[in-house]
Design a protein around this ligand. Structure first.
Ligand code: ADP
Length: 598
């Protein structure tokens, strides 16, 4: 039994091999189901067996009626044979149904799991720029909803489409062997019945859509009204809100009533049309029987077959929207499966050590699909162990430099060297293990504090965690918590304050024992105590390591070996805090402005 991992690896490779498949739905399906055709085939065979009573029962019935209407023409043995066949055919339905579903489910469930797993792997491997372009909600929908739609479509095909098509084929074929006249009648009837169903369904869909829109509007309104209750109450506007809601409800009532009436009318008309059609068939076959062209029992056979054909066609038309949705979902999923925006850097040289000598050589950078260069002509040499602070107005390109350092993006031209090695040659995974990134917004997941700090590290001792906590000034918080380190922090770290989150992020950086630190200071204002605790923890973290900080607080900047003042993607001033103050340039102005504010 292959592991889930093995399955998806195989899948990912298949899609990579078939890059030209994009957009071709059936070929995408083929890639997904390749290797499962035997299961689908067996499922089909057992389906035919389990479904056979539907086709055989009318034949037996016809034979039996023929026998009783003209006993002298038939052998009694035939009577017994028919009854035995019927019994066997009915009883075999149970095992056949089980086997049919079992083979089908194995194939479909396997494809479902592999597809999700492949999507997740692919998302992990796609570049950060790809992720920043697609909203995460959209990606989630692809992994969850679209895969479900594909699964439903596959099931509907096997359980709805296939039986309906087989019903039509078998009914017409059996009829053709007995009476070509009746078979021709069936063939003429099919397109007419399609037109009838389509006509009535179209009208209903439109009314349905109108009603659904109204209901959605109403739910939105209800949610808003409930949310607004304190505001409404405070302004004494209850009456107005109640009236607004009432008129909306009246509207829904009206639309709902009209929908019910339309449904009743079209539902009944549809039924009447179908029944008249069947009466026509009955008259036709009765006439043939009266003329002696067909045996009397066959009238029952044809009548049953005709009903089956009509039901099958109407079923097919009803399933169609779901199949169409499935195809849309395949298209949507294939956007990811065939995406080629893999990671920016593909280097393979593993880093054993990172001293932290960093060189930016004439770096230009612009984000994809934008015109403007965010960084231009950027040159900077950072010696190992230096602490560099970036300052400058918002949009100057500070965070972009940190993204380039993390390897999320590659310079459009120019290059970045780490310890004299171009970043292009370095294996990013080995590089990133040696750096710690503390982003502006700490992202926490719903586990315990311990899990959040040790995220992704396999062999972390209790001492390591405690040490990191001590360094990050988190000790007092943890002591206050009832379950200490094992306290769950709620989804996305809901139960943590901004300052606490930042310190968890710093602890996360500490425990990795990084050789280089990349820090995007949070802009959010903190109380003085939190501010001090964070500053102290940061100072401890960056000691002796090459450090890049996007600084928003002057206290951080004072510690820096060099401050880089950025403007429009360029370095306009550079020096220590004192040097820049003495220069009385841009930095001096910024400082004066910030002092004026505080
Ligand atoms: P800073 O950190 O100095 O405020 P950034 O590096 O975040 O500046 O942004 C520099 C410029 O790049 C801004 O003009 C911003 O609008 C643009 N930018 C940032 N991220 C993206 C992105 N993912 N796609 C396109 N443009 C971006």
């Amino acid at each position: 039994m292959p592991t889930e991992r093995g399955i998806s690896l195989d899948f990912e490779k298949r899609f990579e091999e078939q890059q030209d498949v994009k957009g071709r739905l059936f070929q995408t399906l083929h890639v997904m189901y390749r290797g499962h055709y035997m299961k689908l085939f067996l499922s089909f065979i057992f389906f035919m067996l389990k479904h056979s009573p539907v086709w055989i029962l009318p034949i037996v019935m016809a034979n039996l009626i023929n026998f009783v209407s003209e006993p002298e023409k038939y052998d009694t043995r035939m009577l017994w044979i028919n009854i035995i066949v019927l019994t066997v055919v009915i009883i075999q339905n149970l095992p056949s149904q089980m086997l049919h579903i079992s083979f089908m489910s194995k194939a479909i469930r396997h494809v479902e799991a592999s597809l999700r797993s492949t999507l997740i792997r692919k998302l992990q491997h796609l570049s950060i720029s790809y992720h920043s372009e697609l909203r995460s909600g959209k990606l989630q929908a692809k992994v969850l909803r679209d895969v479900e739609m594909i699964e439903i479509m596959s099931k509907q095909t096997m359980l709805g489409v296939l039986p309906a098509i087989m019903n039509v084929i078998v009914a017409i074929s059996v009829t053709a062997t007995r009476s070509l006249t009746v078979a021709s009648f069936f063939i003429v009837a099919i397109p007419i019945s399609i037109v009838i169903v389509y006509f009535f369904k179209g009208k209903l869909t439109q009314r349905n859509r109108e009603f659904r829109q109204q209901v959605e509007e109403m739910s939105g309104q209800v949610a808003e009204t409930v949310e607004m209750i304190p505001v409404t109450r405070a302004h004494g506007l209850e009456k107005i809100e109640i009236n607004k809601m009432d008129s909306m409800l009246q509207n829904v009532r009206g639309k709902g009533y009209r929908l019910d009436i339309t449904e009743a009318f079209f539902g009944a008309s549809n039924w009447v049309a179908f029944q008249l059609f069947q009466v026509l068939c009955l008259l036709f076959t009765i006439y043939l029987a009266y003329q002696g062209k067909i045996p009397i029992g066959d009238v029952v056979l044809y009548q049953t077959y005709f009903t089956t054909i009509l039901m099958s066609i109407s079923g097919l038309i009803n399933i169609y929207p779901q199949i169409a949705k499935g195809f849309e979902s395949i298209h949507s999923v294939s956007e990811i499966l065939f995406a080629k925006e893999t990671q920016e850097y593909q280097g393979r040289t593993k880093l054993k050590q990172l001293h932290g000598d960093v060189l930016f050589e004439d770096v230009f950078f612009k984000y994809r699909d934008t015109e403007k260069h965010v960084l231009q002509n950027f040159d900077l040499h950072v010696k190992a162990g230096e602490m560099i602070a970036f300052v400058g107005e918002s949009g100057a390109g500070k965070s972009t430099i940190l993204h380039l350092l993390t390897g999320f993006y590659r310079p459009t031209s120019g290059r970045i060297l780490m310890d004299q090695k171009p970043m292009d040659e370095i294996s990013m995974r080995s590089y990133r293990k040696k750096i710690a990134v503390v982003p502006q917004n700490t992202i926490l997941f719903s586990g315990s504090i311990r899990e959040n700090i040790a995220y992704g590290l396999a062999d972390v001792t209790e001492e390591d965690v405690l040490q990191a906590i001590k360094m990050a000034n988190l000790e007092d918080i943890i002591q206050e918590l009832p379950e200490g380190l094992d306290t769950k922090i709620g989804e996305h770290g809901d139960r943590m304050s901004g300052g606490q989150r930042q310190r968890i992020a710093i602890a996360r950086a500490f425990i990795r024992n990084p050789q280089m630190v990349i820090l995007d200071e949070a802009t959010s204002a903190l109380d003085n105590v939190s501010e001090k605790l964070i500053q102290d923890a940061m100072k401890e973290l960056v000691k002796g390591k090459t450090t890049f900080i996007v600084a928003h607080r002057l206290s951080t900047i004072r510690e820096a070996d060099r401050i880089i003042v950025m403007k429009h993607g360029n370095c306009i001033e550079m020096g220590t805090y004192e040097e820049l103050i003495a220069l009385k340039g841009e930095f001096y102005k910024m400082k004066r402005a910030s002092e004026a504010v505080s």
